[in-house]
Design a protein around this ligand. Structure first.
Ligand code: C2E
Ligand code: MG
Ligand code: MG
Length: 763
């Protein structure tokens, strides 16, 4: 600096000064040489000014410049500045990229109108009702016009690139003014909308293609339900042409498979929730029914008012058919087409419910073909199958309209006969079923002669559940087989109850005894010839609180070997003696015979216990008590029994030998046991009219009794003829249903008053 100054070269320098505190600042410095009159340099003058503010401004300017450049070179938007006439003056990098022109191509040469879709611009101008020239620039002037009046606006313009392609852009235009507010040019900033438009277009295309090509049928209706558009699938499903659908209501497809209530419900749900999903049966143009899965959604506007409905539907007819097939396979027998076990169980349950409601009966009929296995073995399975098909058809024909026929498998069929007002009403049907199976069947020229065995149980008389009813009918069917086949057998609920009781504990019988549920009924014994009533037999019954009157066969065998049988045995004697005394008090002298089991008779203290009982009823004569000894064949120690009976006879009691002829009652018993009466077992008496062998036995017993000087009485005299024959054979004493059934003690006086022997016996 000094050098230059010494040579008179004036210059300005930028220096950094350091203050006393060490801080620095930029300074502009000039140095001048100071000279004397001889021009000798005597010093230098430095004039320095603080340059900080200027430096800062310079930096800001540089930054602004960089930004400006960045804007101008941005690829994301194009900046185009024109002069007041619209001729392009600035064309940034973004504009170059977007439009394909370089700045040199356009600056001072063209207007923005030259590179935009003029038709569009003119249309826009017209829409604004502006008076514009016809020049190409006219459209662009619209923008300019507005910009010059400071109306900010954005325009959607189509730019035309150098290569002739178009692209949509959003353009904003602002007027550029000088300090006197005169317009010196316009700035256009445009962003490329292609991507956005593309996306929107794709969305629309997608929606359109979904609508057109959806695998589901789609229909759009107005708020009234009038169809305004349908897609191809919808046309495929309904087989109506599009034109035929448009303007129509939904009812054009409806079938009568749905009730009016169904549609009312549907509308109600739609209105409340804006959505209904469900299945419905509709009708195609050709009248064919089809099942559809349907979703109806309400389209609502911003105020929540329904403007349209969109109906999506798919044809599920095949699915339904498939489902039906599966259900059919699950519920029907493949061979005969009849319901199978599982469907039968359903139907039976329904029938039972209906039965209860209507107070009717139903019969469960179990039918099994006799010797079916033999047919299969002899003629082969295909003949067997054919036979089953024919039988199933015949059985069906033999049934009534509302009856169900099912095949359980093999040769087992079940029929449910419903709506029986009386239980007997099923009998004609059972006979028809037997007849239907016993008629000759011809399969492949083979003549088959078959029959069937049928077991029947009646509901609600048999109060079991559905499964048990089938089991009971099955059990009864086995009894029909045992009885010789080709017949039906009714399930015996009483017998079944007995089996159930057997399963129950002796404890029940014990509590029955404690609750005084046992009673004695009395069956008269008469002399048919004289008409005299010679006595009554006491027969025990269990008056059960829920099962009703139970016969001895159903509970005595259970307690046979149990101590309680002795207790009951004693109660019977005690009760019979009490009854004798009661009758005696009303002047009825009627001997009572009581059944005594072999087990009871063989008790070591039998005599003393009997004596105690007789003593307790001292007003009753022991002569009026007779003991019927049962199961004589199981009397083991004849000497002991003879002694016991003799001791009892000494007390005044009589003996009878019950059920004589059954088991292996030996003559020794007859000879040695002090029994004054022999009872001919009812099994021989019952059949003696038809069975010569039984008749021979009856005759034999009567002769034996005479030979051994014993009285003889016939049990089971069910008819007058029985009595007549017995009288002819020399047996005058009789007991049986033909004379009187066992009855409660209270009925005896009246019976005694009314009874008379039949005239036929009066010989
Ligand atoms: P049971 O001593 O031979 O008694 C006669 C049975 O034949 C009785 O049956 C009676 O109701 C029945 N009966 C009478 N007349 C006819 C007829 O004309 N036709 C037919 N089909 N049956 C007739 P119930 O009362 O059922 O007694 C059956 C058996 O149970 C008795 O045979 C007897 O062995 C035993 N039993 C009955 N009550 C007693 C009892 O109090 N003690 C003992 N230990 N056994 C008894
Ligand atoms: Mg008896
Ligand atoms: Mg008997």
């Amino acid at each position: 600096m000094v050098y230059k100054a010494s040579r008179g070269i004036e210059d300005i320098y930028e220096l950094t000064y350091i203050r006393k505190d060490g801080s620095r600042f930029p300074a502009v410095v000039s140095i001048t040489a100071l000279r004397d009159e001889r021009n000798t340099i005597i010093g230098y003058l430095l004039i320095g000014t603080d340059n900080t503010a200027r430096k800062n401004t310079e930096k800001a300017l540089a930054r602004a410049n960089a930004l400006q450049n960045a804007i101008f070179n941005s690829a994301d938007f194009s900046s185009i500045a024109t002069d007041a006439n619209g001729v392009i003056q600035i064309f940034n990098t973004g504009a170059e990229r977007m439009l394909g022109y370089s700045a040199i191509d356009v600056i001072n040469k063209i207007t923005p109108a030259d590179i935009s879709d003029t038709k569009q611009v003119i249309a826009r101008a017209e829409a604004l009702s502006l008076e514009l020239g016809t020049a190409i620039t006219a459209g662009f002037e619209t923008l300019v016009y507005k910009a010059s009046r400071c109306i900010d606006d954005k325009y959607e313009l189509n730019f035309v690139c150098k290569d002739g392609t178009h692209f949509p852009a959003t353009v904003s235009v602002s007027a550029l003014r000088d300090e006197r507010e005169a317009i010196i040019g316009y700035l256009l900033i445009a962003t490329n909308n292609t991507a956005l438009e593309q996306a929107a277009k794709i969305r629309l295309q997608l929606a359109a293609s979904v609508f057109t090509h959806a695998a589901e049928g789609i229909a759009i209706t107005d708020e009234q339900g009038t169809i305004i558009d349908v897609n191809d699938t919808f046309i495929d499903i309904t087989s109506y042409a599009k034109d035929e659908c448009l303007g129509q209501g939904w009812s054009m497809f409806s079938s009568d498979k749905q009730s009016a209530a169904f549609y009312a419900d549907m509308w109600e749900i739609l209105q409340a929730k804006g959505l209904w999903i469900g299945e419905a049966w509709n009708r195609r143009k050709n009248g064919e029914l089809y099942a559809e899965m349907k979703t109806i959604s309400a389209v609502r506007d911003a105020h929540g008012v329904t403007t349209n409905y969109v109906v999506l539907c798919s044809d599920i007819t095949q699915m339904k058919e498939h489902q039906d097939q599966l259900e059919h396979i699950a519920n029907f027998d493949v061979l005969t087409g009849l319901p199978n076990r599982s469907l039968l169980a359903d139907r039976l349950r329904q029938a039972m419910v209906q039965c209860q409601r209507r107070h009717e009966s139903l019969a469960v009929v179990f039918l099994d073909i006799d010797n079916f296995k033999a047919i299969n073995d002899k003629h082969g399975h295909s003949v067997g199958d054919e036979l089953l098909i024919i039988v199933s058809q015949r059985l069906k024909e033999a049934l009534r309209g509302g009856d169900t026929l099912a095949r359980l498998g093999g040769d087992e069929f079940i029929a449910v006969l419903a709506n029986l007002v009386n239980a007997e009403d099923c009998q004609p049907v059972l006979k028809r079923l037997l007849l239907a199976t016993s008629e000759l069947i011809v399969v492949d020229d083979i003549v088959l002669n078959i029959s069937a065995s049928i077991g029947v149980t009646l509901y609600p008389q048999d109060g079991a559940d559905a499964d048990q009813l089938i089991r009971h009918a099955d059990q009864a069917m086995y009894l029909a087989k045992e009885a010789g086949k080709n017949c039906y057998h009714l399930f015996d609920t009483a017998h079944d109850d007995a089996i159930k009781i057997q399963r129950e504990s002796i404890g029940d019988i014990r509590s029955g005894l404690d609750r005084r549920e046992f009673v004695l009924h009395y069956q008269p014994k008469v002399n048919m010839h004289t008409g005299e009533v010679i006595g009554v037999e006491a027969l025990i019954r269990w008056q059960h609180p829920t099962r009703g009157l139970i016969a001895p066969i159903h509970f005595l065998p259970i307690i046979e070997d149990h101590a309680i049988s002795l207790e009951i045995g004693e109660w019977i004697i005690d009760e019979a003696l009490r009854q004798l005394s009661e009758w005696q008090n009303i002047s009825i002298i009627l001997p009572i015979s009581v059944n005594i089991s072999a087990h009871q008779l063989q008790q070591s203290d039998f005599v003393s216990r009997l004596e105690m009982l007789l003593t307790a009823h001292a007003d009753v004569s022991p002569h009026h008590l007779e003991l019927e000894v049962l199961e004589t064949s199981s009397l083991t120690d004849i000497n002991h029994v003879t002694a016991t009976m003799n001791a009892c006879c000494k007390l005044g009691v009589h003996f009878a030998l019950d059920d004589f002829g059954t088991g292996y009652s030996s003559l020794t018993y007859l000879r040695r046991l002090p029994a004054s009466l022999i009872k001919i077992d009812q099994s021989f008496v019952r059949d003696m009219l038809d069975d010569p062998e039984d008749l021979a036995i009856v005759e034999g017993v009567i002769s034996l009794a005479k030979a051994f000087h014993r009285k003889v009485i016939a049990e089971g005299v069910e008819t007058i003829e029985h009595g007549t024959t017995l009288l002819q054979l020399g047996c005058q004493l009789a007991q049986g249903y033909g004379i009187a059934r066992p009855m409660p003690a209270s009925d005896i006086p009246q019976w005694l008053d009314n009874w008379q022997p039949d005239d036929a016996w009066n010989v």
